[in-house]
Design a protein around this ligand. Sequence first.
Ligand code: UGA
Length: 390
Amino acid sequence: MRVSMMGAGYVGLVSGACFADFGHQVTCIDKDAAKIAALKRGEIPIFEPGLAELVESNMRQGRLEFAAKASRIGEADVGTGDEIENILREQRPEADIQVVSNPEFLREGAAIRDFKHPDRIVVGAEDERARSVLAEIYRPLYLNAPPIIYVSRRTAELIKYASNAFLATKVTFINEIADLCEQVGADVQEVARGMGLDNRIGGKFLHPGPGFGGSCFPKDTTALIKTAHDHGVPLRLVETVAAVNEQRKRAMARKVVVALGGSVRGKTIAVLGLTFKPNTDDTRDSPAIPLITALHDLGATVRGYDPAGMEQAKPLLPDVHYCQSAYAAAEGADALVIATEWEQFRALDLARLKAVMAQPVIVDLRNIYRSDEMRRAAFRYVPIGRAGVE
Ligand code: UGA
């Protein structure tokens, strides 16, 4: 099949490369001519594990190409399909075109795996020919037999927004439960495990943290809230989730203040992880940004390190002292904050950290360490929603 992908960002590029890998003939089109020129030279504009190899091999085998062209792409919204159809009908009334909604459910950092092993494929189209074209495009996945559900276009669009809003709600729910755990002396990791073993609840997306970020949850919850409001159906639960999450990100600075005995003025704080989650260079709506801004506002100096996101972070956080490793960031720091759970932060040499830090204090916003190992290493340790080390 021949596939043209409008937009060569995260979703377009990953999906385009994966469709090419299935054997289809794919052209990825973007209005950013510089990006397209770079892609043609084999340079990948984003950090996504496995993507460079996939693009390279499919280009080499002649199934994947790139082209620059101006395009009109609207805001994220339920009803985007109708808008696109109107534009097409206006400009090409004679063309026999069907507009289908085929939402993606790819996570950054695991996008290729998610594309090739989806939980489900959603096709929003009522037209039989359109449905069979989509079935043919996804046919290479049938070996794994993912359920493919055919629904109306509006329904498909809503499945996407409702899924992201629900996951964002799950994360926000466990974050609030974590706050309660801290006050009543319970352990949120065990609460999440105990809840998650109930199949009706499920254990995924119950990991507490500094609040959700990224390009999707914040954007999609906002789009859903706006659409619902425009239709006179306020989604109060989702509205609250968005508001609670916003407050939470900045509130994380309080944890650092408390860990340092009430003030961070004149103190140096090392922040590990600037992206919104590991395995991406994406800093969009990253919780690290309001956290660091709040620490600056409170008079602290911030030293930062991220394995992939420092270039993206620099324009957003110009006052951070950027360092080349976790240990370099920790030098002279009064506290070290783990903001993103990159693998390389999971087994830091605690003795080495202690030797370079001004004070042995770790604030673990992703709960990647255990209190007993921190106690042994003589660190003050502040995790989320469970007992730390005083
Ligand atoms: C999300 C969805 O998971 C994808 O299914 C969807 O396709 C994508 O949005 C999209 O709409 O394009 P993504 O934004 O890449 O994917 O990242 P997630 O892994 O979902 O994480 C989102 C945020 O929630 C991150 O900040 C993460 O740290 C946070 N999170 C996630 C938690 O704090 N706790 C969790 O248990 C899970």
